[in-house]
Design a protein around this ligand. Structure first.
Ligand code: PNW
Length: 466
């Protein structure tokens, strides 16, 4: 841990994911992932975009690391592509895949940037989907633990922080509920099975990590929007609490307490798989820290809100009926080009909720950022909405630390540069750096310099005195 005086340095970083930035989809022995396959189905990805080339970070990482150094971040959160390391998911290890991440990690270290590694950011080896039904099968959890072990052995001497899963909620709900993400399945029951197997996979990987005595810390990056009660009534407060337990609690209660939230068990009955006593022991306490990926906020009410306040029911994916409650927004809220609402105080409340429910665990904001409509280089060069978003969300986070005493130790902006935004293809730009997807030229936006100033202004963020 780096310090300033006797205070621990706050970890400022940027985040990306392998499939969104690397490209090189079949280079050097890489196997295909479910996203490579999904992109071949007409209509699944906007404009027929694919991750085949993306930002080509695979061949351009040195330039990208130099950009990060100029930005002044102390950490880079990236993910490892499982099909680069184990092309068919469970067979032979691909030495060229290992060599790539060695080059990247060494380059980061040479520039004074800590590598923070996500093991699974959605690019499941396609062979595991075809042969084993992917996350619908418990066998995938075993294959994941073996892949994780390969990564710990190869990179564990340099990686300071590991995250097993990125947003297992998305894989469950968007991948197997609404079907808008790979593997594109539509079901009301499969999300819970898929969630269960991801959680078991997490537990097995952490068990291997801890048995191996590696130096770093290990956790998980779960996503959650804040849910604010629309009215100050017991019904609305309960609806908001239920919504948060179905969203964040689904994937956090098991890794902290060893089982699902009671409300999920009550509502779902036999649709929610059960952990055996040994599995509960495996999962309980299986994180050294919690990561939060947070983008937006909505109101919740137990009764349908006034007509003019209703706008979308999308935030709960395909599981709205299980969660219950009605979502709404304030017409005064600014929206990003994803249609997500800009509500900085939601992050402060979200962090407080997490700290109260899971006391004693350090928190990191492992993703936060916004998409802006930037049709050309000139609009990108003055991305004032993103500057405001980052200013106000990091300010809300500082208030959570300095005024509420929440133990937040780092913040990762999503994302370093415009990249392959999943089902939205290249149409949504989240980057601090513009990427021209024809020439692959990288150009820092105004927000790059604004974030750099935020980082410089806040090397340490101190909690209030006891
Ligand atoms: C996250 N939702 O995805 C991912 O971790 C990133 O890979 C992604 O680029 C980023 O956020 C921006 O989208 C999400 O519908 C995708 O609630 C969808 C949702 C949440 C997060």
């Amino acid at each position: 841990m780096q310090t300033v005086g006797d205070q621990p340095k706050f970890v400022w970083g940027v985040a990306t994911a392998s499939h969104q930035v690397e490209g090189a989809w079949r280079a050097d022995g890489k196997g295909l992932s479910i996203w490579d396959g999904f992109a071949c189905i007409p209509g699944k990805i906007l404009n027929g975009d694919t991750g085949e080339r993306a930002c080509d970070q695979y061949h351009r990482f040195e330039e990208d690391v130099r950009l990060m150094q100029e930005l002044g971040v102390g950490a880079y959160r990236f993910s490892i592509a499982w099909p680069r390391i184990v092309p068919d998911g469970k067979g032979a290890v691909n030495p060229e895949g290992i060599a790539y991440y060695n080059r990247l990690i060494d380059c980061l270290q040479a520039h004074g940037i800590e590598p923070w590694v996500t093991l699974y950011h959605w690019d499941l080896p396609l062979a595991l989907q075809l042969e084993d039904d992917g996350w619908l099968s418990r066998r995938t959890a075993t294959a994941f633990a073996r892949y994780a072990q390969v990564c710990f052995d190869a990179f564990g001497d340099r990686v300071t922080h590991w995250m097993t899963f990125n947003e297992p909620w998305c894989t469950a709900v968007l991948g197997h509920g609404s079907g808008c993400f790979a593997p594109g399945r539509v079901s009301s029951d499969e999300p819970y099975q898929v969630g269960h197997h991801q959680l078991l996979a997490h537990g097995l990987a952490v068990q291997a990590f801890r048995a191996g005595g590696y130096d770093g810390a290990i956790g998980i990056a779960n996503n959650c929007d804040w849910r604010e009660p629309l009215t100050d009534t017991p019904d609305a407060r309960q609806a908001a609490q239920t919504s948060l337990e179905f969203f964040f609690g689904w994937f956090t209660d098991p890794v902290v307490f060893g089982d699902y939230p009671t409300i999920m068990r009550d509502r779902l009955g036999a649709r929610l798989p059960r952990f055996s006593p040994a599995e509960r022991d495996l999962l309980k306490g299986s994180v050294d820290f919690l990561g939060l990926n947070h983008y937006t906020t909505q109101y919740v009410s137990a009764e349908p809100p006034p007509a003019n306040a209703v706008d979308q029911m999308t935030g709960n994916g395909g599981l709205t009926q299980d969660v219950g409650g009605y979502l709404s927004s304030d017409p005064a809220w600014e929206t990003t080009s994803m249609g997500w609402f800009v509500v900085p105080w939601g992050l402060r409340k979200m962090l407080g909720w997490i700290q109260r429910r899971y006391p004693g665990l350090p928190l990191y904001v492992t993703e936060n950022g916004c998409a802006v409509h930037e049709p050309d280089a000139a609009t990108a060069a003055s991305d004032t909405l993103r500057c405001r978003y980052l200013e106000h969300y990091t300010q809300a986070m500082r208030q959570a630390i300095q005024e509420d005493g929440t133990d937040v130790r780092g913040y990762f902006c999503w994302t370093l540069m415009d990249n392959f935004e999943w089902a939205r293809g290249f149409s949504q730009r989240f980057g601090l750096v513009r990427c021209d997807f024809d020439t692959l030229e990288r150009t820092p936006k105004q927000s790059f310099f604004h974030y750099r100033d935020i980082i410089h202004a806040h090397p340490v963020i101190v909690p209030p005195p006891e």
